[in-house]
Design a protein around this ligand. Structure first.
Ligand SMILES: Nc1nc2c(ncn2[C@@H]2O[C@H](COP(=O)(O)OP(=O)(O)OP(=O)(O)O)[C@@H](O)[C@H]2O)c(=O)[nH]1
Ligand SMILES: [Mg+2]
Ligand SMILES: [Zn+2]
Ligand SMILES: [Zn+2]
Length: 1597
């Protein structure tokens, strides 16, 4: 269609179909209605387009058209007229050349619908055309949009239109006011690159802002009506033979035939630019081509303007009226050409002749399309004329120069707005000064030059310690810090340069002026550096093809960097000024003056300007600056601060920036050669309508510098830089686009390596970015199908890379790419055809490119919507950036990574888990209390179990316990699963710990089970042992009772009054007689030593015969008498060596461990003793278990079997001794004879009462209460109080998680500020911690009445149970007192343990009346309550703690001590929150000198901190290394379960540095060493900073 010439008839038909009145015979009526009398054409059209007056007056802004909304990703065509402008904008912004095909879908649809309904053929219908009211001319829409847009949108429109090779408006009229504007500003941003003929030899090219290029302009206008389609002929004129392109909208395009309502008078311009190839170029010189829409008769101003600015004006006409004055003023500069169509019936040759003569035109100036000519011939002749003109004409003018002409004709210029002018002035003032770029940068932007690079080097060196040498690490680090602060000082010594002052003032201006300023800056700077840069870039590209020119490439690269100057350099300088100012005292004026800079920059980000994240030249992020900008940004948008991040990565110059620009309509710097440096970020607003879908308020796009091929990377060591950059941006992004140009697949491979590495690192630190691979320049439509084999290959490569990367990071478990991330080859790959359709510079953007990018965009937005984790907010983004970059600065990323978000998530998980764990434990504790009660009451009147066999009871209780434990464990696991299902709180970051916690739950259950079973067995055995004694006692009592009864009978028979003395005498007689009759078999005591020996043998026995032999060498009775001393039985020599190597000596370490074990066991024994029960084997088994666990925990400390046996013997020895005593005491206390004797007085009293028939009720009631109930109640309270205390303590922050505990403990030390505290903390962490916990408990409960509240609560429960039982027994029909009491006991049997002995004593000689007794009982229970309450209230906390069955400090300690492991270097406790974990880590390491280590030769305490050492090239020596030197960096080979992370902030250990600096002398004295050489920087640390560092280390908010 495009190539075929249109016949006149065809055109008429089209016109008719437009609904023009039939009287208008030809197409010229196109602009007929323009001058009609109707008012406000513009307004009505705008209304049709839905562009309300608001848009016209306020103007569309870039942020409006760039925001992501519902329409962004719909494929739906425009439905109504008001959709059209947006549809056009959307397509144009993506560089789609079909953007001008603007038709409402409803129009086509209604047609289709009609025909489908009509079954009968209706031929009339064929001639019907859609209602013209529904169609709008594309030119109208474009004009309307220009009229409704602000300068920046206009610029963007013009830019994108020129990319599509569309003509752009040169003169924009307002059809209502007939006023015209020269669109100079709008075209300012168009830069064109071409090769004119004279450069074709040298392969040089010209790259210029088109508005300043002085070009001949050829204008095409129409006079009256014309049957030739001027625009179409122009399109043909400009197209070369292979490719026709619609530069101008013409009637034969979609809706191009519909009435133009506002766009007559528009003068469009386009450029023909040669590529330097004679065969392809239409014109060998660049030409500007202008096209005036409408009849020159109506648009004289425009016509006159063109006559003054063009080299030639071609006037198209049909019917030339001689009277028309073609030349508005005489001294026009343009040649005039008349172009007529002889094929038209109105063509009047005479008139032409007349006019030509009048104007003095030559024959050449008249071009007639003769009857024989077809369009092609005609175009050819026209082209020839144009070439002629261009070659001969002297008339060349740039658009900038046209301003003067425009003013003459009253045409306004868009650049004249005051804001634009102000912006220009400000920008010019700065850029006018620039002569030599390099020098300018040195003078005006000095802070970012060498100083900043040196700072970067120091910063990295601080972490990498490459040049450490033999120097002491901490001194070295401290020196680096001092050097850094010197550099900052130097930065501060510069006054802010004039350029920067101007720059800051200018960007402080408000609103649009600031935008104009920045745009002007950008363009000016671009102009300044372009000439130099574009040449260099070209050279660079050329040279890169052949990597042999290494030196040259390096040189060019350096020059490129030196000669580039953009706004980013000014912002960079601002960042440095700001960062340096932070080193000034807070009060200093100059510092305060600069505090607003981050906010300024944040506002710019919000306005859509890109901000430099990574400075590509220095290869560093100014962290403080960027962080503060982001914080300000967060404040500005709060609470709408959720963001999603999209990044692009790929080889250099593969069109990454172009891709992002096309996708989002943004303006990242694009050019050939190396141009993006570092990484830039930019914000795009998300419209309300899709916010819910995407769950974010902004999208952040990050454009990055291209990754270099390894050959190039070698040159400047940029391999590291690329790796750093990739790791950072991948870590920041939700989606990473990996851009791959298909041409260079080898390069691709290397780049993939970097990228895969970055992904692996992210996986390891818990972040899960998604990725999309984009393959560029794949033109085939069926690329996706065809490439399925390639994709397989691609995946194989990815797998290969993964393995390689995994090996490097020592994370070999990652074998496939899909292990690293979720990736599907079918949905994760995109094929995008080449950008240009044809040969630049005349090539428009390929529609296929634009469409493919659109598909990608849709997909990316969908993917973002599906991001499982709720979007990050800006502050979290900041947090990630900081921790990623800090980790990047280390060599070993994964092990250096620390992130407070991860730490927070971990802490939350620990807190939750701890809560569940405590619920579990508490429930089990309560259950055990009840079970023990059941066992204790077994076989007594209080028993209420069915079985009479103890072992049966025990079995049933055990199975009950197992069932309960199982259900509790399941609940725990469920909680855990549920926890990881939630989307809040970044739980995905700690997904890696799930297994750990699940295992902890299992372990918890196992431990609980062991302990519960032990308790049950012990209780049962002890109860069993008591049964026999109870029976004996019972018999004795019966005998006594019988004897007493006999005595009473005898006495009564005497029938004489007997005095008390006489009665006593009688009783005594009877007592001795009866006792003689009774047989008292001596209660046998067990030999506890034998029992313990057996247990010990069982424990050690399986360790081999040698162990048993060792056991035999010593009898237990001889053990545990002397304090345990570890002699260091082996490698004594090595031990000495090691003590020289500033390492804690092995002997000392073993002794310390032994002491701590002995300490714990002693405590355990003491607790048992306190309970005054009988001995049981489980006790000693428990102790051996403890020892084994501790030894296991200290495996690193290599010890031998001799040691183990002797330690166990020692402990078992003293334990056995204690237990023996306890056992004997127990036997004594419960000895039937003794018990009987003890009660003699009581029996005597009872005897007298009965004899004298006194009322016993009150007395007995009191006795029952005090002897039976009271102890039981007290026991009940004591059993429960322990758990209550723990529960209460756990509500305190300090005990919620390990890290809080550590924090509080250390903070307390700092507050107390006593050397002794630090010393005992360093000497024995465990015992210090235990003591401290007890202190905390006492502190918590001494000041509050909480403890009493708990006691009172339990008391109340008991009392109400007792009263209930009494009442129940009363109403029941107990026949006598005995059953009455038994009923009560039975009722209480499941809660209270009532002493059988006491009960027996109570029942003897009890003749009390049941009813009376009951009455008195209630009263005495009341009294008891009062008594007990008083006692509880009065008794001190220490007393109370002694009697608890659950020891709160133990419970709390096991919770906060964690796994109990200590750092193999500095002995800092492991901070992992779960019970079971295979990696131990400490949040805070400390100088080894604090543990007493000193240097070999100097004898000075060491300042080395392991978190620094592991990053250095130093070596260590220890028993684990077999006393050989081993590199610190590979400490994991020796301590594979330790994860010692380098000090990321380099402030983390400030706490300990502070302590060491402060107590250096005291420590030295205590360790009998010389004081350490404290690095200078340590001495500067303040208490406040020390506190702050604690907070940071333990992630405390
Ligand atoms: N032929 C062709 N040229 C392209 C294509 N995509 C981009 N370009 C051109 O390649 C040049 C470089 O494009 P950029 O977008 O700056 O490339 P980049 O990857 O961002 O470059 P760096 O940031 O320097 O690594 C520009 O001149 C683009 O017009 C493409 O698909 N085909
Ligand atoms: Mg780029
Ligand atoms: Zn350590
Ligand atoms: Zn641990």
């Amino acid at each position: 269609m495009a190539e075929s010439a249109l016949s006149m008839e065809g055109m008429n038909a089209v016109v008719d179909s437009c609904g023009d009145p039939p009287s208008t015979p030809c197409s010229a009526s196109k602009d007929g209605c323009q001058t009609g009398g109707e008012d406000a054409h513009l307004e009505s059209l705008l209304k049709d387009l839905g562009l309300t007056t608001e848009y016209y007056t306020k103007k569309l802004s870039l942020s409006t058209i760039l925001e992501i909304n519902e329409k962004t990703t719909t494929d739906e065509p425009a439905k109504c007229k008001s959709d059209l402008p947006w549809y056009f904008l959307k397509k144009l912004m993506m560089g789609n050349v079909t953007a001008r095909n603007l038709k409402c879908a409803s129009v086509c649809e209604s047609r289709c619908d009609d025909t489908s309904v009509n079954t009968e053929l209706d031929f009339d219908d064929l001639l019907d055309s859609p209602d013209s009211g529904d169609v709008l001319n594309p030119l109208d829409i474009i004009t309307a949009l220009f009229l409704c847009s602000d300068g920046f949108v206009q610029q963007e429109l013009a830019l994108k239109m020129s990319l599509c090779q569309f003509s752009v408006p040169l003169l924009l009229p307002n059809c209502d006011t007939n006023h015209c504007t020269l669109m100079l500003w709008a075209m300012r941003d168009i830069v064109k690159k071409y090769r004119p003929q004279n450069l074709s030899e040298s392969k040089g090219f010209t790259e210029e802002r088109i508005v300043v290029s002085e070009l001949p302009m050829i204008s095409f206008v129409r006079l009256g009506e014309c049957s030739l389609s001027k625009s179409e002929i122009l399109n043909k004129l400009l197209s070369n033979s292979q490719q026709y392109h619609d530069t101008f909208v013409h009637h034969d395009m979609d809706c191009g035939d519909s009435l133009r309502r506002i766009s007559n008078g528009v003068t469009e311009i386009t450029w023909y630019l040669p590529c330097g190839n004679r065969n392809m170029d239409v014109f060998s010189q660049p030409v500007a081509v202008a096209n005036l829409r409408g009849d020159i008769a109506s648009f004289e101003t425009q016509y006159s303007f063109l006559c003054q600015t063009s080299a030639a004006v071609f006037v198209f006409f049909d019917d030339l009226k001689s009277e028309f004055n073609l030349l508005p003023n005489k001294d026009h500069k343009a040649q005039i050409f008349l172009v007529g169509n002889h094929q038209n019936k109105n063509f009047n040759f005479d008139a032409v002749k007349e006019v030509a003569t009048n104007l003095g035109l030559k024959k050449d100036n008249i071009i007639i399309k003769t009857k024989k000519m077809n369009d092609a011939d005609f175009v050819k002749s026209l082209r020839k004329t144009v070439i002629d003109v261009v070659e001969k004409s002297e008339m060349k003018m740039s658009i900038e120069q046209m301003v003067v002409v425009a003013r003459e004709f009253g045409i306004s210029v868009d650049e004249d707005s005051p804001e634009c002018q102000a912006g220009k002035q400000n920008a010019d003032a700065i850029t006018a000064e620039i002569q030599d770029i390099l020098k300018y940068k040195e003078d005006q932007l000095p802070l970012q030059g060498e100083i900043w690079k040196e700072l970067t080097r120091l910063e990295k060196e601080e972490f990498r310690l490459k040049k450490l040498g033999s120097e002491n690490i901490e001194t070295y680090k401290s020196d680096l810090q001092i050097q850094k602060s010197k550099l900052r000082k130097k930065q501060n010594s510069y006054d802010i340069s004039t350029a920067m002052t101007r720059f800051i003032t200018a960007i402080s201006s408000q609103g649009i002026e600031r935008c104009y300023f920045l745009k002007w800056m950008r363009m000016n700077l671009d102009n300044v550096s372009r000439i130099k840069l574009s040449g260099l870039r070209e050279q660079y590209k050329e040279k890169c093809k052949n990597s042999e020119n290494k030196e040259e490439i390096k040189e060019i690269d350096r020059q490129l960097s030196n000669s580039s100057l953009g706004t980013e350099h000014f912002f960079r300088e601002m960042g440095q000024i700001y960062e340096a100012s932070l080193c000034l005292p807070e009060t200093q004026e100059s510092r305060r003056q600069l505090q607003h800079l981050p906010k300024l920059c944040a506002q710019l980000l919000l306005d859509g300007f890109p901000v430099e994240l990574v400075d590509g030249d220095a290869s560093n992020i100014p962290l403080r600056w960027v962080s503060d900008v982001l914080s300000q940004l967060s404040d500005l948008v709060s609470p709408k601060n959720k963001i999603l991040v999209v990044t692009v990565l790929g080889v250099q110059s593969t069109g990454k920036s172009t891709l992002l620009n096309t996708m989002f309509g943004v303006q990242f710097a694009v050019s050939s050669g190396r141009c993006t440096r570092g990484a830039f970020m930019l914000l795009i607003k998300i419209n309300e309508d899709v916010k819910r879908l995407l769950n974010c308020d902004f999208m952040v796009i990050i454009d990055t510098e291209g990754l270099k091929s390894p050959e190039l990377a070698q040159l400047d060591n940029s391999h590291e830089h690329d790796n750093e950059l990739a790791t950072l941006v991948v870590g920041l992004s939700d989606i990473t686009i990996i851009n791959i140009a298909m041409e260079n697949s080898t390069e691709m491979k290397d780049i993939l390596q970097i990228v895969v590495h970055a992904f692996l690192r992210m996986k390891e630190v818990g972040k899960h970015p998604k990725c999309q691979f984009v393959h560029q320049n794949v033109s085939d439509v069926s690329a996706h199908e065809k490439n399925s084999r390639d994709r397989k290959l691609f995946l194989e490569q990815l797998n290969e890379m993964t393995q390689a990367a995994a090996k490097m990071e020592k994370k070999e478990e990652n074998k496939k790419f899909t292990d690293v991330m979720e990736y599907n080859p079918d949905t994760g790959n995109w094929y995008i055809p080449g950008l240009w359709n044809g040969n630049p510079p005349m090539a428009p953007v390929n529609t296929g490119y634009s469409e493919a990018v659109f598909d990608l965009k849709k997909n990316i937005i969908q993917l973002l919507g599906r991001c499982e984790s709720s979007a990050n907010n800006i502050m979290e983004f900041k947090e990630w950036m900081t921790s990623l970059w800090n980790a990047v600065k280390h060599e070993n990323f994964i092990f250096s990574f620390r992130n407070s978000l991860v730490a927070d998530a971990y802490m939350k998980l620990c807190t939750e888990f701890n809560k569940w764990e405590w619920e579990f434990k508490k429930e089990m504790y309560t259950w055990v209390i009840d079970a023990e009660t059941k066992i204790s009451n077994f076989g007594t009147v209080a028993a209420n179990s069915e079985t009479s066999d103890m072992s049966e009871l025990l079995t049933s209780l055990k199975s009950e316990a197992s069932a309960l434990l199982s259900s509790k464990e399941t609940k725990l696991q469920q909680n855990l699963t549920e926890y990881f299902k939630q989307t809040e709180g970044h739980v995905y970051l700690v997904e890696g710990h799930k297994e750990e916690f699940s295992n902890s739950a299992k372990t918890l259950r196992k431990e609980m089970e062991r302990s519960v079973f032990n308790q049950l067995t012990t209780a049962a055995d002890i109860r069993q042992g008591m049964t026999e004694i109870d029976r004996i006692k019972e018999n004795h009592k019966k005998e006594i009772e019988k004897a007493v009864c006999d005595l009473i009978d005898r006495c009564r028979k005497k029938k004489v009054q007997m005095t008390d003395t006489e009665l006593d005498k009688e009783f005594n007689k009877m007592w001795s007689k009866t006792l003689k009759k009774l047989s008292f078999s001596e209660q046998k005591t067990t030999d506890v030593f034998t029992r313990v020996s057996k247990c010990l043998r069982a424990n050690v026995g399986h360790k081999g015969s040698h162990a048993c032999q060792l056991l035999d060498e010593k009898t237990l009775k001889d053990c545990g008498i002397q304090p345990f001393k570890y002699a260091g039985s082996f490698k004594r020599f090595a031990d000495k060596v090691i003590s020289l190597f500033n390492f804690k000596s092995h002997t000392m370490a073993v002794q310390e461990m032994s002491d701590s074990i002995i300490d714990a066991c002693t405590k355990f024994v003491a607790e048992r003793m306190e309970r005054k029960t009988n001995y049981h084997d489980t006790y000693i088994q428990e102790i051996l278990h403890m020892i084994d666990a501790k030894l296991h925990n200290n495996q690193d400390l290599k010890t031998d079997i001799e040691f183990e046996v002797s330690l166990k013997q020692h402990i078992c020895g003293f334990a056995a001794r204690q237990f023996q005593k306890m056992h004997e005491d127990f036997i004594q206390v419960n000895d039937p004879y003794r018990c009987l004797i003890k009660n003699k007085d009581k029996f005597c009293a009872d005897f007298k009462d009965v004899f004298q028939e006194r009322d016993q009720c009150q007395k007995k009631a009191e006795e029952f209460t005090n002897q039976c109930l009271k102890p039981a109640v007290e026991d009940f309270v004591n059993r429960h109080l322990g758990t209550d205390i723990v529960g209460e303590m756990l509500t305190i922050q300090t005990f919620s998680v390990r890290s809080s505990f550590q924090y509080s403990l250390l903070l307390d030390l700092l507050t107390k500020n006593k050397f002794e505290g630090y010393q005992s903390y360093s000497r024995s962490y465990e015992s210090y911690a235990k003591k401290w916990i007890l202190e905390q408990i006492k502190k918590t409960f001494s000041s509050s009445s909480t403890m009493f509240k708990f006691e009172d609560q339990h008391l109340k429960t008991c009392i109400s149970r007792i009263n209930d039982a009494i009442n129940k027994a009363r109403t029941g029909n107990s026949s006598d007192l005995k059953t009455f009491v038994e009923d009560i006991c039975k009722e209480l049997g499941d809660k209270l343990v009532i002493s059988q002995d006491a009960l027996g004593n109570f029942m003897i000689l009890n003749k009390a009346d049941q009813k009376q007794f009951a009455k008195w009982l209630t009263a005495s229970v009341d009294d008891m309550t009062k008594d007990l309450r008083e006692k509880f209230e009065k008794s001190g906390i220490e007393m109370k703690l002694k009697h608890l069955s659950v020891q709160p400090e133990n419970e709390l300690f096991t919770r906060v001590v964690g796994c109990g492991k200590q750092c193999p270097f500095c002995a800092s406790p492991c901070d992992a929150g779960s019970k079971v974990h295979d990696q131990h880590w400490a949040s805070l390491h400390r100088p080894k000198g604090l543990g007493g280590c000193n240097y070999l030769f100097t004898g000075k305490l060491t300042t080395d901190i392991c978190s620094s050492s592991v990053a250095s090239d130093g070596h260590f020596i220890s028993s684990a290394t077999n006393y050989k030197l081993h590199p610190y960096k590979e400490y994991r080979k020796m301590y594979p379960d330790w994860d010692i992370r380098p000090d990321v902030s380099s402030q983390a250990s400030d706490y300990w540095k502070y302590v060491m600096a402060k107590y250096n002398g005291t420590f030295a004295k205590a360790y009998d060493a010389k004081p350490a050489d404290i690095p200078a920087a340590w001495k500067k640390i303040t208490t406040k900073e020390a506190k702050q560092s604690l907070k940071v280390s333990f992630s405390i908010k």
